[in-house]
Design a protein around this ligand. Sequence first.
Ligand code: F6R
Length: 632
Amino acid sequence: MCGIVGYIGSGGAKDVIIDGLRRLEYRGYDSAGIALMTDGGLTVRKTIGRIDSLEAIIKDLDGSSHMGIGHTRWATHGAPSDANAHPHTNGDGSIAIVHNGIIENYLELKEWLISEHGAVFRSETDTEVAAHLIGAFYKGDLLDAVYEAAAKMRGAYAIGAMAASEPDRIVAVRKDAPLIAGIGDDCNFLASDIPALLKYVRTIYLIENNETALITRSGVTIYDGNRREVKRDVFHVNWDADAAEKEGYDHFMLKEIHEQPKGVFETLDRRLGKGDEIKLDGISLTREDLLAIDRVYIVACGTAYHAGLVGKRLIEGFAGLPVETDIASEFRYRDPCVNEKTLFICISQSGETLDTLEALREAKRKGARVLSVVNVVGSSVARESDDVFYTWAGPEIAVASTKAYTTQLLCMYLIALYMARRLGRMGDEEYGRVVAELKGIPDKMRAVLESEGEIRDLAKSIYKNESVFFIGRGMDAHVALEGSLKLKEVSYINSFAIAAGELKHGTIALIEQGSLVFALATQDRLFDKMLSNIQEVKARGAKVIGLAKQAAEDDVKLFRRSRHGKGEPYRKQESGYLDRSADETIYVPDCADEVAPLLAVLPLQLLAYHIAKLRGCDIDKPKNLAKSVTVE
Ligand code: F6R
C-alpha cells in the first residue's frame, strides 16, 4: 500500500524516482509526489492522480538533482487530494518525508505539536504529523531527529526523510511496513518494494523492524533500535526485471493469467524428488512434529484465504488433521484456541499484509509453530515464520491476484500430501494417483488458456449484467468465492458467491428473471446435486452458465461418494450433460475432483479480465484497491 522510492547519487534523481514510482504504481495510485534537493533547498511537488500527472507538473524541474524521495499513495487518512499527497513537510519546509503505513497515535501527537510547537497543518494526513514531529526534534542531525520521532510514534510506518540542510543523506526508518535499501555504484537507493529498483540494482539490504538506515552516495548504514550499527548480509534479487514488465500483453493481469502453467510447473517441479517423493524445502516438520499437532489453522486474507479454504479440505482429506480456516483480521481479535500443539499456516503473496502478519504474531505469542506460504522472498511474513514454503510465482504486479492463487493452491496440495505421507495416512497408490494428476495440470491449464477466444465471446454476451451469482459445492464453493472476487474487483460488477446448497436458505430470494448465475460443477461426486441447484435457479428465471469437466464420452465410470470406496455410488459426469441444464457451459479438461480448483479458476479469471476490459475498467489498477495491504 503506497510506494516509496529514494535516490542519492551524482545526479538524475528526478528520472530515477519517476521510473521507480511507475513500477510501484500498482501499490497505490490515487496521488503522487516528489521532493528533490535543489540549489534552493527542498523542492516539493505533488498532485492528485497518477504518475503521469506528477510528471506533468515537474517538467520544469532540473533533472540534475542528486537526491530525492518520491511517493505513490493509497489514501488512508484524508481523501486523495493535492494537499494530502506525499511528500509532507514540517512547518518551514526544511524537512520532507514520504510514508507508508498508519501512525495510530497521530491525533495525540498532532495536539502536542500544536500546543507545544504551534504547528500549523495543511493536510488531513498522519504523515504530515510525522513530518512536523521530526521537525520538532531536528537540531541539525536528521538521524537523531528521526530516532526521537520514531520513539514517539505508534502504528506501522516506513519513512524516508530528507533535510534541506543535509544534502548528503536520506534517513529511513521502518516498523511493520516493508522497506529496502538498494546498493548501487556511486549511488544508493531506498524503496518500499524490489521492482522499483530492479532497473538499477539487484543487491539490496532488507531493513528490519525498528531499524533506521542512513543512506548516502557512498554507502548504506543500518542501525538497530538502540542506535547500534547492524551488520546486514546483502540480499541478491535473482529474478529478472523483465518479469515485472508486460511483455506484449495489454495488462499485467492477462500476462499473469497466462504465466500460470509455468508457475505451477515450477512450484511442483522443484518439490518432487526421486520417486516423486515431495521435498518441502524450507519446512523442517518431522513425523514427530506432525504427531504432536492436534489442530491446524490456516489464516490469510482475500484470495490467499480462498486458497486456504481449499487447503483445509486437502489437509483434512489427505492427512486427516483437523483444520480451521480464518480471515486474518478476524483471527487476531477473537482469542482463538491456539497453543503449542497448533500448526499455524499463513498464506500471503506479498508477505506484507498487516492483518496476516499480526495474526501470525498472535499465533506465535500463543506458542503455535508457524509455517508460511509466501511469494515474496525475504518479506516480513517469511522472516517471522518458523518454516517458509515459497510459491515461486515470480513477481505479481496486477492488483488482482491470479498466478499467486494457483501457486498457493499447489503449495497446499504439496503440504497436505507431505503431511499425509509422513503420518502414514496415504498409501502409495493413492499418492501416485494424486501426484500424477498434479503433474498433468500445467498442460491442462494451457488447454484452458487456448480457449480464451470462446471465453472472450462469452464475456461479450454478459458484460452488461450488473449483478452476478457464483454457486458451487465442495471445492467448487471455494473456487466460486475466488471467481466472484476476481469479477467484482476488476469489473466492479456486484457479484456474490455462495455454496450452492446454502442458496435455498435465503439468498435464492434474490434470483429473478434474467439473473446471471455461474454454476461450478466440476466435482463428480456432487454433480447430481449441482444439477438440482441449477434447476432451482432456472425455475426462477436465472440464466445459468455452467462450468464442468470435459470427460470423454466413453469415460463414464461408477465411483463411490467416499474416497474409501464406501457409500452411495455415483457416475462420473458425462460430457455434455451440463449442456442440457445450463444455458451455456464452459468446459475444462477432465481431472480428478481434488485437483479441479487448479483448472476451474482459470476461465473465471479470464472472464473477469475480458468483462472488465469490455467495461473499460482500469484492470491492473482497480479503483480503491492496492496490491499489498499494509494497513489494518
Ligand atoms: C485479490 C487480492 C487480495 C489479496 C489479499 C491478501 O485479487 O489480491 O485479496 O489476496 O489482499 O494479500 P497477500 O496475499 O499479499 O497477503
